[in-house]
Design a protein around this ligand. Structure first.
Ligand SMILES: [Zn+2]
Length: 265
């Protein structure tokens, strides 16, 4: 039943085989320690494996740097207008303006390629958004939204990252543990990016941070790359609304997101 054997068939890279060979030389774990011990040692082995698959520093593991691919998702579009800010402006317009400006800034760096989920006022269903993100093989996913509250008092920006609570159950199957660890790596990176955005947005909306939170994010289902959703302000708050419909503020938001992504890498 040893999951080691099953894994051998799955692992294809030379590096992985070498790591596995070392593992097979490790002293056998006594049966009477129970399955907990086996799961623990499997986790140690898989940590090494995951670290080789997702290096902490590109500079160390990838002397020839490949361009990072950032997926930018200007939420809503077409018939799906999102929340209303004025007679002429809806959430879909604000998110698109920021996304276009952010793409322009990021591409100046040279090592970042940007894939926009949409670059015009069109409806893109969730399934299509996921497909675009998957086929672009993105490293990072940033979704831009405008918030709305029940009253006029709520204001400020929020940054969400996808929680993986459901996936954190006890796993004894090696494939599941590996998946779980890849998800944890994504989760840690998502939180790191969310914190950077929270910090950099402070320059645009001083003392307006409402914190970072985890949430289930439908557009990200099935994607295990670092991702955040930025709710830049409340359409229902007059002060937020005024700022968000201002072209200069939109550029400043794009600049804050640009800085965060740059800092992230
Ligand atoms: Zn929205």
């Amino acid at each position: 039943m040893h999951s080691k054997c099953c894994m051998k068939r799955r692992l294809k890279t030379k590096r992985a085989e070498v790591t596995e060979w070392k593992f097979s030389k490790l002293p056998r774990i006594q049966e009477d320690k129970g399955s907990k011990m086996k799961v623990w040692s499997m986790r140690v082995f898989l940590t090494v494996l995951v670290l080789t698959m997702f290096p902490l520093s590109d500079a160390v593991a990838q002397p020839q740097q490949r361009a990072h691919v950032v997926i930018i998702d200007p939420a809503h579009g077409g018939d799906d207008s999102g929340v209303k800010l004025s007679d002429k402006e809806y959430e879909k317009d604000i998110t698109l303006a920021i996304a276009l400006s952010l793409k322009k800034e990021l591409e100046k760096i040279g090592t970042i390629r940007v894939q926009l989920i949409r670059s015009s006022d069109k409806l893109v269903p969730f399934s299509e958004r996921r497909k675009i993100a998957a086929s672009a093989r993105g490293d990072l996913f940033v979704s831009i939204h405008v918030n709305a509250g029940f009253g006029k008092t709520s204001s400020g920006y929020e940054v969400y990252f996808p929680g993986f609570r459901d996936a954190q159950a006890e796993q004894s199957n090696s494939k599941e543990i590996l998946k779980d660890m890849a998800r944890n790596k994504s989760l840690n990176d998502s939180i790191r990016l969310a914190q950077l955005i929270q910090k950099n947005m402070e320059g645009v909306f001083p003392r307006k941070s409402r914190g970072i939170r985890d949430a289930s994010i439908p557009v990200l289902e099935g994607l295990s790359i670092p991702a955040v959703v930025v709710e830049i302000g409340f359409a229902t708050n007059p002060e937020d609304r005024k700022k968000m419909t201002d072209g200069n503020t939109q550029k400043s938001v794009a600049r804050a997101l640009y800085q965060s992504i740059k800092d992230f890498y």
